[in-house]
Design a protein around this ligand. Structure first.
Ligand code: LLP
Length: 416
């Protein structure tokens, strides 16, 4: 039981999984404000240098109430779509606090950002031309591919030789030509090598690369190293955390030497998503059935891949906690089970062949580290309703921060 993250962190504060489900329904996303704020601060202070800023990459989680807290903690934000820009503005972010990292967008989308005074990063010569046409004389950032990638799955490696992202370094002369043609001002360059590294060496390598690239451009205002900072998804096995202090000091050293050479105190930025929000989120679900099919034990729950897609999409591991009568299970007796959902596909498996405390109908399952790429990738597949989201506030009490979908929501875009 002491392996239980939520026990060690007093995650549920003054309430408990069963009370939460009773009040807000099942399944349910639960976030802990104290953990969220702590992660925001860790990233805001990652590199001990002047003129450093961390963005929050809101694709990981764009709940408006969490965005407001992130802003309070001094983070800026990056956006990947007009929708994310819209939500950020609603949450109170100022245009200069938002960075639009675009990829294959229409003129209309690019204009959406430009019209609101938001800086756009482009990642191809075609899109640089497009931006030049619609915003001659304006500011721009360019995303380069530093040639090294990293990530927990090939689907999330976003630099290196096999990716659609970034401008290759051999096209720098073309970038300069287009910038001149449209009288643009290159204010920053950025990169993102991929999502979830636990060994920071590839990230440090990429930082050195991008800083080399930066030397080829005069008068930059910022260099943005991207996100990808990993979290330990296997806490129950004692997986260690990233050593942020060591990484921060290493980066500070590299940046200080580079700034001296560049001759300007250029702003340094990062854009973590997962690190900030994964660990403050738990997805709760309810056990409705238990069966043995050909020797395999299935625990049937409402945790379908419509609510958390990561295990199905990337074979991702999330630690599981079992709650009985509202309390973490003592779990002396265990069995090996598959935790499955209620979606009409055999691949609908949340956790495969796990040794867990014996689970019975009516128990509650907690899926750990579900705050990042959980709700933000949830869908209405099978016309299921997306869950509510609840915040355990600093005083330990719960507050609903997004209501559950209703059946009416499912038909709201039809004329009937
Ligand atoms: N910046 C850019 C340009 C990105 O594309 C991403 C993530 C980030 C920052 C933030 O990366 P993070 O710090 O969260 O690793 N759905 C996948 C992750 C996809 C990440 C896509 N880009 C997952 O659930 O693992």
């Amino acid at each position: 039981m002491h392996k239980y993250f939520t026990v060690n962190t007093n995650f549920y504060g003054k309430t408990s999984p069963d009370k939460l489900i009773k009040e807000f329904g099942s399944p349910l996303y639960v976030y802990n404000e104290a953990i969220f704020r702590e992660r925001c601060r860790e990233m805001a202070n990652l590199i001990p240098i002047e003129n450093f800023k961390s963005n929050f990459s809101i694709k990981a989680n764009s709940n408006i109430e969490l965005l407001k807290i992130a802003r309070e903690e001094g983070l800026h934000a990056d956006a990947m779509s007009p929708g994310e820009i819209f939500v950020l503005l609603k949450a109170g972010f100022q245009p200069e606090e938002i960075f639009y990292i675009s990829n294959n967008v229409s003129e209309e989308e690019m204009k959406y950002a430009i019209d609101r005074g938001i800086l756009v990063s482009v990642d191809s010569l075609s899109q640089l031309e497009m931006l030049g046409r619609i915003n001659r004389g304006g500011d721009v950032a360019v995303r380069f591919n530093p040639g090294v990638g990293a990530g927990h799955h090939e689907k999330v490696v976003t630099a290196g030789k096999k990716t659609k992202f970034g401008v290759n370094l051999d096209l720098i002369d073309d970038v300069k030509r287009i910038i001149k043609k449209y009288d643009l001002k290159l204010v920053g360059i950025n990169q993102h090598i991929g999502s979830l590294f636990m060994d920071a060496s590839a990230f440090v390598e990429s930082v050195k690369y991008i800083l080399e690239v930066a030397k080829q451009f005069e008068n930059l205002e910022f260099v943005d190293f991207g996100g990808g900072f990993g979290i330990p998804y296997r806490k129950q096995e004692g997986q260690p955390r990233l050593d942020l202090k060591e990484l921060g000091n290493k980066l500070a050293e590299i940046i200080t030497a580079w700034r001296k050479e560049y001759g300007k105190n250029v702003r340094i930025k990062i854009e973590p998503g997962r690190y900030i929000v994964a660990e403050c989120g738990v997805l709760l679900g309810t056990v409705y059935a238990k069966k043995k099919n050909y020797g395999h034990t299935y625990i049937g729950t409402d945790l379908g891949f419509n609510v958390l897609m990561r295990p199905v999409m990337y074979d991702s591991h999330h630690d599981i906690e079992v709650y009985k009568n509202g309390k973490p299970s003592e779990g002396t007796e265990t069995e090996v089970v598959d935790i499955v959902g209620n979606i009409c596909e055999s691949g609908d498996i949340m956790a495969k062949e796990r040794e867990l405390p014996v689970i019975d109908e009516g128990d509650i399952i907690g899926v750990m580290d579900a705050g990042a790429y959980g709700y933000s990738m949830a869908s209405n597949y099978n016309n299921r309703l997306r869950p509510a989201e609840v915040l355990i506030q600093l005083d330990g009490t719960p507050r609903i921060i997004r209501r559950r979908d209703t059946l009416e929501d499912l038909i709201r875009n039809f004329e009937i």
